[in-house]
Ligand binder design. Structure first.
Ligand code: ADP
Ligand code: MG
Length: 700
């Protein structure tokens, strides 16, 4: 594949395309909004719409759609063709500024937490010009111009992930500017960035098609462990299979065409698990691009003989998938505010931002935990593979030492310098090692010039966790600015504030092993919350303190928060309900019949053997073993059916409904799964109705 301009960014209505195709004055006006957040001058919309339409048509687009992010973790689109009748039986292609800026989709069929009903369905999508439009292409199929938009209700409440994300970007930018102004700097804008590393599984499509659980719920609800798992440590960064490599080439081509800067790709720790990481970008754009990445992963997999699994825990007993969100703040002058520079000990501005971030995390660990809550992530967090469910921050040697000195002595000493490495072999060059080690067990780790929020689930939209992080950091920066703006001696006050704040928030710093039992005890002593499940985490969202904070920064109103709380509870209940129904279906209609027929064939062989005078003891012993597990499975399946039906009684109270699903339904899954998995190991391979773990994980 040629890495030419033909390929790179060809389907993105990016800045270069706009500059080339828009009248100069229109481009300048649009740039003001994109770069500096100036309100969009709607008078330019017609001109942009014409240029966009012509560009999209040249790429073969016949339709356009407002493309938005409802509260489902996937995107939504309603396509309209560019074709308009003129009235004389002929047609012209039309696309006006009005159509570019606003559309009115029905909002009642999306999760709204009661904000919109079928009788009050109106919703609006409104163009977000800061994220490039793009032409989506199905090879040999439809080509559609996708226009990124926000999605709001008739009452003006946000019904999507993008609106509060954009608001939170404004909030953290505004507060960061207040601090920078005190340091005598005046950049036009401060923007948060994110680089999301996306993990996924790739399995053979034919096997996937035979697994109802994977198709309907995203994870295996049954499946005995494979003899080989990931214990040999031979999968991470391993040689990529040719077939997977062809998939990756196709994936990259599409992503590059969309302008997604896909950069890093490798095999992950579990068999059949991989990762892709694009180069980081402005949070809003990176969030849109992550959605494109997730969609393209699935589509390209489907076309190349694979199924891509994005679920947080598709297979029990081996690692699940996360989405590490690398986050930083940078100015329009190109300065990264999270970069400590060569001498962090003399970099007061960095120290102020570091102290504010630690304050944000320490004051709101529950909220940050909540932001990474989704049903699939309950299988990962705290399960000795991903970060624990306890929030802490890792600073590494250099910063850890600096912060210690400030806490203990009230001022920084000298920080450890980067060591020179000598391999002891003449052919290997010397090099300077990083000042900071890595900690893969920390949920919030400093990694040189950014923080890596490692808790987020692989299916999740980047927007929710980033919206929370931006807001809590905005809150801390705002409190810092309130103090510092009043100070007579700014520098002395800033130094003192750093000392006070680092002392106050010492407990949130943890550089050790986050998977260890000792940390669970130690963090409890420090008073850090350990919230293992999604249903418990949701409870920490709508508190008086959080309502005040989200409203103060204009990110979410109380009404919006309450609706999101309901959506979260309902999404949990619905997912577990789906898993229960799928389990019942597979048990009753696939596993039990297969075992019965295998048992039947054994029983008739007993008869045959006896007629020729053979005891058939072995067959009888096996039948008894099978029968024991079969009875357990049948009983458990019936019980699961009863328990699941009873959930309807709680439906009017979303919280009680979700808790019922967690405490009664979800917690019963193992009682059904255990006998089924035992049966899998008793029944002949060719009699088992489902592809096994070893077949799915090792026959990619
Ligand atoms: P790792 O070694 O942690 O797996 P990767 O190379 O897979 O790292 O991904 C790191 C991610 O962090 C990439 O998306 C990269 O672009 C992003 N990143 C790098 N610098 C910054 C920064 N200053 N702000 C935000 N993200 C960044
Ligand atoms: Mg990585």
């Amino acid at each position: 594949m040629d890495l030419t301009a033909e390929v790179l960014g060809k389907r993105s209505f990016c800045e270069a395309v706009m500059r080339a195709r828009l009248p100069k004055a229109v481009f300048k006006e649009l740039k003001k909004t994109i770069d500096y957040g100036a309100p969009l001058d709607t008078a330019i919309a017609d001109s942009v719409a014409i240029a966009m339409r012509e560009w999209a048509k040249e790429l073969g687009a016949t339709h356009y759609t407002h493309w938005f992010h409802p509260l489902t973790n996937v995107t939504a689109e309603k396509q309209d063709s560019f074709m308009d009748p003129v009235g004389d039986g002929t047609f012209i292609t039309e696309f006006t500024g009005k159509e570019l800026i606003k559309a009115e989709p029905d909002a009642s069929s999306f999760p709204t937490g009661g904000l919109r009903g079928t009788s009050s369905a109106r919703g609006y999508t409104v163009w977000d010009c800061s994220s490039p439009a793009f032409v989506k292409e199905i090879p040999n199929g439809c080509k559609v111009l996708c226009i990124p938009t926000i999605f709001i209700s008739y009452g003006g409440e946000a019904l999507d992930h993008k609106t509060p994300l954009l608001r939170s970007m404004d909030a953290v930018g505004t507060q960061a500017l207040r601090i920078l102004n005190l340091f005598g700097k005046n950049p036009v804008k401060v923007t948060p960035s994110v680089g999301p590393e996306q993990e996924y599984f790739l399995i053979d499509k034919a096997k996937y098609e035979k697994r109802l659980d994977l198709k309907l719920t995203g994870r295996t609800l049954f499946g005995a462990p494979s003899p080989k798992g990931q214990e040999m440590d031979d999968q991470y960064f391993a040689i990529i299979k040719d077939k997977v490599s062809y998939f990756m080439e196709d994936l990259n081509k599409h992503l590059w065409e969309y302008g997604v800067p896909a950069k890093t790709q490798h095999n992950e720790a579990a068999p059949a698990q991989h990762e892709i990481a694009p180069i980081f970008g402005t949070t809003n754009i990176a969030n849109d691009q992550n959605q494109i990445v997730m969609e393209t992963l699935k589509k390209v997999a489907d076309r190349t003989g694979f199924a891509c699994l994005l679920h947080e825990k598709p297979f029990a007993g081996i690692n699940g998938s996360g989405k590490h969100n690398n986050w930083s703040l940078s100015t329009s002058d190109g300065e990264n505010l999270i970069d400590p520079g060569k001498e962090p000990e003399t970099n007061l501005q960095f120290q102020v931002f570091l102290a504010a971030i630690l304050e944000a995390v320490d004051n709101h660990p529950e909220l940050l935990r909540m932001s990474a809550a989704c049903p699939g992530n309950d299988h990962r967090l705290g399960a000795l593979e991903a970060p624990p469910a306890i929030i802490s921050a890792y600073l590494g040697d250099q910063l850890g030492e600096l912060v210690n000195q400030i806490i203990e002595n009230g001022e920084p000493g000298t920080s450890p310098k980067r060591k020179l490495y000598r391999a002891g072999c003449s052919v290997i060059p010397e090099f300077k090692m990083d000042a900071t080690d890595r900690n893969r067990t920390s949920p919030f780790a400093f990694t040189g010039n950014k923080f890596e929020f490692r808790m987020v689930g692989s299916t999740q939209s980047v927007a929710q966790p980033m919206m929370v992080l931006n807001t809590i950091v905005a809150e801390a920066l705002s409190d810092f600015a309130d103090v510092l703006e009043k100070a007579d001696d700014f520098e002395a006050a800033a130094k003192q504030l750093v000392v006070d704040k680092l002392r106050e928030h010492k407990r949130i710093i943890f550089n050790g092993d986050g998977y260890s039992k000792e940390w669970i005890e130690e963090s409890a002593k420090r008073g850090l919350p350990n919230i293992p499940t999604m249903v418990e985490a949701i409870d920490y969202f709508v508190t008086d303190e959080n309502i005040r904070m989200f409203e103060k920064h204009g990110v979410l109103s109380e009404v919006e928060m309450r609706s999101r709380e309901i959506v979260l509870y309902e999404s949990y209940a619905k997912q577990i309900n789906l898993e229960a129904l799928t389990m019942i279906e597979m048990s009753k209609r696939q596993i039990i019949p297969a075992v019965l027929s295998y048992e039947g064939s054994l029983a008739s062989s007993v008869k045959d053997l006896k007629t020729v005078g053979v005891s058939a003891d072995a067959q009888l012993a096996l039948i008894r073993k099978i029968d024991e597990q079969l009875a357990l499975l049948m009983e458990a399946t019936d019980r699961l059916e009863e328990i699941t039906q009873k959930a309807a009684e709680y439906k009017d109270d979303p919280k009680a409904w979700a808790f019922y699903y967690h405490d009664e339904v979800f917690s019963f899954f193992d009682t059904v799964r255990t006998p089924a998995d035992k049966l899998e190991k008793l029944v002949a391979a060719d009699a088992w109705p489902l592809p096994t773990y070893e077949e799915m994980l090792f026959e990619q």
